[in-house]
Design a protein around this ligand. Structure first.
Ligand code: FEO
Length: 394
C-alpha cells in the first residue's frame, strides 16, 4: 500500500495487516488490523508520528523512499506494533530528533535497544514547531501503557492518538465515515479487549480532550475518524453509561449437570424479563464476550468441578473478566461437583478486581435436584430485582 494523503502535507503511512488473526497470542483479530503512521510536513520541518509493526517495516520504508529529510520522529507508544520499525527508520535518518514522553524514554531503550541519550523528552503540553504547523504533546498515560502520549496538530485540529480510539480492522477505507457501523463494532471490540481496564483513566483523558477543538482523530489501528464526535461520543458512552439489564453466562459442562442448571437459569431469567447471553467457553470468541462485558450488569459463571476447582475454561473466563475490569454490578457462580470442591470460592478469587455484589453460589452434587432448581429460581429473582432497581435509578 502506498502512502495516502489525508489533506495537503499530511499523509497516512504504515501497513494494513489483512491476514493477522491473533494479537499478543491472545486477542482474536477476525478482521485483521493496521499499523498507522503519519507524516506531517511543515514549511520548515517534517515529522513522522509512530512507525509500524516490525513484520511490516519494509512497507513503511518503501513509503518513506521519497522523503529525503525527516527531522522529527514522535514515539507516542513503545509497544512494538508501533515502535518496532523505529530502528530501521533511524538507519535511514540517523540525525532525526526522536521525541517521547518522559516515561517512554527508558522503555524505548529497554524494548528497542536505542540509547537513552538519543531520545529527547517532551513534557505534557510542550510544543514543537514544524514552521507553519505546530505539534502539541498531550500526556495520556495507560492508553494503553503508562508512557503513552497523544499529539495534537494545532493548525488542522487533528489529534493523533496511537492505540486510543483505534480498531483492529483491515480495510482500505481511509476514513471511518465510509462505514461507521462496521467501524463502531470493531472499535467497541478493541475498547473491550484493550482499553476497558483503563476506563477510569480514559474518563480523565476525555475531560482533558474536551478543552481541545478536534476535527479529525488519527489512531494507529483502523480507519481515521474524519468525524471525531463519532468515536468521542462512543467512548463517552462505553466508559460512563451504567450497565444494562443483561446477564452473561460463561459456561462449560462435562457430563451435563451444569448444562441442565444453565438451561433452567436461562428460562427463569427469561420469565423475569432479563436479557441473557451465553458463552460456551470451549469455543467462545473472547472478543464477543469482552464486547458484552462493556454493557452487562451481571455475570454468572457456570462450571463443573475439576479436581477441587473450576473447569480450566472457567478459570480462563473468570481471570479474563477480572483483568478487563468491566462495570459489572453483580456476579454468581453455579455448577456441579462429584464428591467435594471449592469451585465457587476459587472462581470468585480469580475475578480479582471485579467490584461486584456476589450472590450465594448454587452447586449440586451430581445431577441437579428439586432444591437445586429452587435455588436457581431464587437466584433469578435476586438478579431480576437488582436489574429493576438499576433501571429505576437511571
Ligand atoms: Fe497497538 Fe499497545 O499497541
Amino acid at each position: 500500500m502506498k502512502a495516502r494523503p489525508i489533506c495537503p502535507g499530511i499523509e497516512w503511512m504504515g501497513a494494513i495487516d489483512w491476514d493477522r488473526r491473533l494479537f499478543d497470542e491472545l486477542i482474536p483479530l477476525p478482521d485483521g488490523t493496521s499499523y498507522n503512521a503519519y507524516l506531517v510536513r511543515g514549511s520548515e520541518k517534517t515529522a513522522l508520528i509512530d512507525t509500524a509493526d516490525p513484520e511490516m517495516s519494509q512497507t513503511l520504508l518503501d513509503q518513506l523512499a521519497s522523503v529525503e529529510t525527516l527531522d522529527i520522529l514522535v514515539i507516542q507508544h513503545v509497544e512494538q506494533d508501533h515502535s518496532g520499525s523505529v530502528p530501521l527508520v533511524l538507519e535511514k535518518y540517523p540525525d532525526v530528533l526522536i521525541v517521547s514522553s518522559a516515561k517512554a524514554k527508558p522503555m524505548i531503550a529497554d524494548h528497542l535497544g536505542i540509547p537513552e541519550e538519543r531520545i529527547t523528552v517532551v513534557e505534557d503540553g510542550e510544543t514543537l514547531s514544524l514552521g507553519d504547523r505546530t505539534l502539541e504533546f498531550i500526556y495520556a498515560p495507560w492508553v494503553h501503557w503508562p508512557e503513552t502520549m497523544l499529539t495534537y496538530l494545532r493548525e488542522e485540529k487533528i489529534l493523533f492518538t496511537c492505540d486510543l480510539f483505534g480498531s483492529h480492522l483491515a480495510t482500505n477505507d481511509l476514513f471511518s465515515s465510509a462505514d461507521q457501523p462496521r467501524v463502531c463494532e470493531a472499535a467497541k471490540r478493541y475498547y473491550a479487549e484493550i482499553m476497558m481496564p483503563f476506563a477510569g483513566q480514559i474518563r480523565s483523558h476525555l475531560k482533558k480532550l474536551s478543552n481541545y477543538e478536534i476535527d479529525v482523530i488519527c489512531p494507529s489501528h483502523g480507519p481515521i475518524h474524519d468525524d471525531s464526535s463519532f468515536i468521542l461520543d462512543a467512548y463517552a458512552h462505553w466508559v460512563n453509561d451504567p450497565p444494562k439489564n443483561l446477564v452473561l453466562i460463561p459456561h462449560t459442562t462435562m457430563h451435563g449437570s451444569t448444562a441442565m442448571m444453565v438451561n433452567h437459569l436461562i428460562t427463569a431469567l427469561t420469565d423475569r424479563n432479563v436479557h441473557v447471553e451465553m458463552f460456551d467457553m470451549t469455543r467462545a470468541d473472547l472478543g464477543s464476550y469482552a464486547i458484552r462485558l462493556v454493557d452487562a450488569a451481571t455475570v454468572v459463571f457456570a462450571t463443573p468441578t475439576v479436581l477441587v476447582g473450576p473447569h480450566p475454561n472457567i478459570v480462563f473466563a473468570s481471570y479474563l473478566t477480572g483483568a478487563l475490569r468491566p462495570k459489572l454490578r453483580h456476579a454468581a457462580v453455579i455448577g456441579s461437583f462429584g464428591w467435594a470442591g471449592k469451585a465457587a470460592e476459587k472462581t470468585k478469587e480469580l475475578c480479582g478486581a471485579v467490584q461486584a455484589e456476589w450472590f450465594n453460589p448454587v452447586f449440586t452434587k451430581g445431577m441437579p435436584k428439586a432444591e437445586t432448581y429452587e435455588a436457581l429460581d431464587a437466584l433469578a429473582d435476586a438478579i431480576a430485582e437488582r436489574h429493576r432497581e438499576l433501571e429505576a435509578s437511571e
